[in-house]
Design a protein around this ligand. Structure first.
Ligand code: EPZ
Length: 422
């Protein structure tokens, strides 16, 4: 396994280009199963997770080729309908093949994803929706064995909690169902809008984009099309927070500021200058301004994103104030706290709330730490970039799931960072 070494304490300055969104690429790659032919996806990031879902599609009979950030996926020969535990256990989002397989083949056998570091990650909302569409789902030996004779029948589905991949799975299934499906309390993340745009280009009829009520009029057939992956808003937020933590200055390009309403508001409340155009964000944290403590509560979009909670906590840990961080989405998303403690952070956890007493940038010192999940690992990178001295982060395969060329992008901003074998 590899570890990341950071010699921290220097302000990051320069320009960074944002890659396509991991959490859009995964559902859009899965959506190619809905129609035979050669689909084209552009601005696709090359990540551990995108490579995993492409391996999963290969196991179903699909062929693909990558030309730079463009993927050509030929889903004509969809011959298998089973997603193995070996593949699904490494990436929960593999469950996104359930909807397309049921819509195209009328059957699917997908391993239950199992939990991960941040929580149990159930898929009961997905299963309930499929059963309402007429699918028979059996849960046995850790697999979901689902099938339906003929087409799914449109219905009204209500989510107790807006689920991102749950909404995506059921929109894909409903696109080829008989009749109309209405999804209420749907998730509204921008990645769902990206999927709706792709399905519409393929011939689907979907209303309510970006709202919590989606109306899908099922069609007989869909067709291969070309779609572009939106910029990764979580990668964008991660670099903005990293530069702010080091007291630097950055221009982030090829991003979409509209997708980060809450984070930009919180950075400004912390006393950081943030300007934006339609596809760039300029952040200036130079001048030695002291960071103010700012409270965050994670919420479904457009609230503060849970995927940027760990990163913002690292920033608040080096502020000159006190911050309350309330995590409402996942039950165990404070794994980064113990590691931040090793670097000098003063954080107290009480259930799903963390009280962060800033120790200032000078209060942070480099240390050996361990990554536990994707976003916790980026929080440790941020702390290591700001802390004086050397930080060694082990198990950085977590990081490589969701950040394309992070060492190259940070080096271009002036960071001293490299990988070594553990
Ligand atoms: C998506 O996960 C993202 N992953 C996650 O990003 C993100 O943290 C999460 O949405 C919340 O925004 C992808 O898009 C691939 P949910 P997802 O279903 O869809 C509960 C990252 O770092 N729930 O919206 O799995 C669930 O336990 C990853 O990139 C059920 O109870 O999340 C959670 O408490 C991490 N039953 C809440 O709903 C279900 O059937 C929201 O989960 C489904 C969800």
């Amino acid at each position: 396994m590899e570890k990341l070494i950071i010699e921290g304490g220097k302000p990051l300055c320069g320009t960074v280009r944002i890659s396509g969104a991991k959490n859009a690429a995964l559902p859009l790659i899965a959506a190619t199963l809905l129609a035979e032919g050669v689909h084209t996806l552009t601005n696709v990031p090359d990540l551990r997770d995108t490579r995993t879902i492409l391996r999963l599609l290969e196991s179903l009979g699909i062929t693909w080729e990558r030309q730079g950030t463009t993927l050509k996926i030929d889903s004509t020969n969809l011959t298998y309908s089973e997603a193995s535990y070996e593949l699904v256990k490494t990436m929960r989002a593999s469950v996104l093949v359930l909807g397309p397989l049921l819509a195209r083949l009328g059957k699917a056998k997908v391993s239950l994803p199992g939990g991960c570091a941040i929580g149990a990650r159930p898929i009961n909302f997905h299963i309930k929706g499929f059963e309402q569409l007429g699918v028979t789902c059996r849960l046995e030996q850790g697999y979901v064995d689902a099938e339906i004779a003929g087409r799914m029948q449109g219905c009204t589905i209500y989510f107790d909690v807006p689920s991102v991949t749950g909404t995506e799975n059921l929109v894909m299934a409903a696109a080829l169902a008989q009749g109309t499906t209405i999804i209420k309390n749907a998730a509204r993340e921008p990645e769902i809008g990206n999927l709706v745009d792709m399905l519409t280009a393929m011939g689907a009829e979907i209303g309510g984009r970006d709202t919590d009520r989606l109306t899908i009029h099922g069609v007989e057939r869909l067709y291969a099309a070309e779609s572009e992956i939106i910029p990764d808003r979580i990668e964008t937020g991660t670099y903005l927070i990293a530069v702010a933590a080091t007291g630097g200055k950055v221009t982030v390009t090829d991003c979409n500021p509209v997708h980060l309403p809450s984070l930009l508001d919180k950075l400004r409340a912390a006393g950081i200058e943030v300007k934006e155009t339609d596809n760039t964000i300029m952040l200036d944290a130079t001048g030695g301004r002291k960071l103010k403590g700012v409270d965050i509560t994670t919420m479904p979009y457009p609230g503060y994103p849970t995927d940027l909670q760990a990163q913002f906590m690292a920033l608040m840990a080096m502020s000159n104030g006190v911050s309350m961080v309330h995590e409402t989405i996942f039950e165990n998303r404070f794994m980064h706290v113990a590691e931040l403690h090793r670097m000098g952070a003063d954080i107290t956890i009480d259930g799903r709330t963390a009280v962060v007493k800033g120790v200032g940038r000078t209060g942070f010192n480099g240390a050996p730490v361990m990554a536990t999940d994707l976003r916790a690992s980026s929080s440790l990178v941020i702390a290591g970039l700001a802390a004086k001295g050397r930080t060694e982060i082990s198990r950085i395969y977590h990081l490589e799931r969701g950040y394309e060329q992070m060492v190259e992008k940070l080096t271009a901003l002036g960071a001293t960072v490299w990988k070594e074998q553990e």
